[in-house]
Design a protein around this ligand. Structure first.
Ligand SMILES: C[S@@+](CC[C@H](N)C(=O)[O-])C[C@H]1O[C@@H](n2cnc3c(N)ncnc32)[C@H](O)[C@@H]1O
Length: 234
């Protein structure tokens, strides 16, 4: 799976790319992450990418030309069909169903905004899929782009040690929150591991986990159960 990240701050990704699961996936050629700096597509001596908004108002906007040129260059770098994404708080919220859709694509090209965002003609002309990390405002699109990479690579075959593990995660196959889990010691500061998990009876354990999953979802995220009911009806 190939990711191309277009940003004004490529170095923000240095340590992110250099550790843990993502580094292993890159070393194993399962994932390829390429960083591109919009400033490389400017022509003035200050390498400026931003300008004041027409009509006034605070802050600056990322202008069209460096973004269009950068996107056109990046698109020409691989034959793989690419989904262009713009990270924006105004986009489709990133949830597990969107992550699953994105993981089907062989290549994602992601535009990270800064300042007050992009000139709207970037959205109008390039027609990216607009993706939001949630209903809050980040300083830039880099952390949201890392969230896309982090969530999508878990579904790329070979990236997780145990291929089945993501199926039991919250929001995945069952659409519910995951059941509670415990490791050693059996007792910690007066808190005991539930007896059933020590029983060795796999059927009972599975049943207990299903019930816990449902109970936890009911307590913490009842909206997920409502969504399931609505999906069943339609
Ligand atoms: C300070 S924000 C601009 C927000 C914009 N003025 C608005 O109100 O919609 C700068 C950049 O950060 C990124 N960004 C901020 N919050 C985001 C979010 N929740 N999801 C995805 N990207 C976000 C976008 O790329 C955006 O262009």
């Amino acid at each position: 799976m190939r990711f191309d990240v277009l940003t004004l701050f490529p170095r923000l990704f240095d340590s992110y790319l250099d550790q843990s699961l993502l580094k292993k996936a890159i070393d194993a050629d399962l994932v390829d992450v390429n960083l591109w700096d919009f400033r490389e597509w400017t022509s003035d001596k200050h390498r400026s990418v931003d300008d004041k908004p027409f009509g006034g108002g605070p802050g600056m906007l990322i202008a069209c030309d460096p973004v269009y040129q950068c996107v056109e260059h990046v698109q020409s770098q691989s034959e793989k069909p690419a989904q262009l994404i713009m990270l924006t708080p105004q986009g489709r919220p990133l949830d597990q169903s969107l992550v699953e859709e994105l993981a089907e694509k062989p290549r994602l090209i992601m535009l990270c905004g800064r300042y007050e965002g992009f000139d709207d003609r970037i959205r109008q002309g390039l027609q990216p899929l607009e993706v939001s990390a949630g209903d809050f405002i980040c300083n830039g699109g880099e952390v949201p782009a890392m969230m896309v990479i982090d969530t999508v690579i878990r579904l790329v075959p070979g990236v997780l040690g145990d291929e089945t593990s993501h199926k039991y995660d919250s929001f995945s196959q069952s659409g519910l929150l995951e059941y509670p889990q415990f490791t050693r010691p059996r007792e910690f500061r007066g808190m005991e591991v539930p007896e059933v998990l020590l029983s060795g009876d796999h059927r009972k354990i599975e049943q207990w986990r299903k019930e816990q999953s449902l109970q936890r979802t009911r307590e913490l995220r009842a909206d997920l159960l409502e969504e399931e009911k609505t999906a069943e009806k339609s």
